[in-house]
Design a protein around this ligand. Sequence first.
Ligand code: HEM
Ligand code: HEM
Length: 133
Amino acid sequence: MELIIVWFLRMSVIYFVTGAVIGFGMLLWPGEAGYYIPIHVHLNLLGFMSMMIYGVGYHILPKFSGRHIFSPKIMTVQFWVANAGLIGMAVSWPFVIRDETFVSEAALITSAFLTMVSVVLFAINMLKTIKAM
Ligand code: HEM
Ligand code: HEM
């Protein structure tokens, strides 16, 4: 398995543990939960679920056709963009909810934009890969 795919899977599991720990913290401190619901949700859904699907998809789908992924380079760029975007969202989101400043808002919008770009990169790479099947 390519190293970058292994890292998609590793990061997925790391986000899962982080999302679950935050969820558990939200149960223990319900008064604070409101600040953390968006990062709990997105660490679990964009981090664990999506990152797992990226890794498994990149590994399995080309195997069906005996071909390689359309662009390993896009896959590597997507890994970094997706992780930078998600970590940026997770760090900046509670600050935006707590006290919306220009800096926190700009950090959240920038990282959300990176996440969106990573989704588009995945879509392009997948569509081009399955088109070749
Ligand atoms: C140890 C595991 C988990 C714990 C303790 C936990 C705990 C929580 C808590 C306390 C809330 C806030 C509920 C509220 O007050 O509205 C919540 C919301 C949520 N959790 Fe989890 N969670 C866990 C795992 C997961 C996983 C694995 C996912 C998705 C794959 C997930 C998805 C969500 C979603 C989407 C919401 C928002 C629901 C809404 O819109 O109100 N959670 N979770
Ligand atoms: C570029 C990627 C994404 C961005 C920028 C984004 C942004 C947002 C925003 C702004 C909210 C509203 C939060 C609030 O103020 O309550 C939200 C809620 C939510 N998003 Fe996303 N999202 C993204 C991707 C996703 C994906 C891929 C999923 C699922 C697979 C997802 C699941 C949810 C859920 C379940 C909620 C409701 C959470 C709650 O109850 O508070 N999001 N998202």
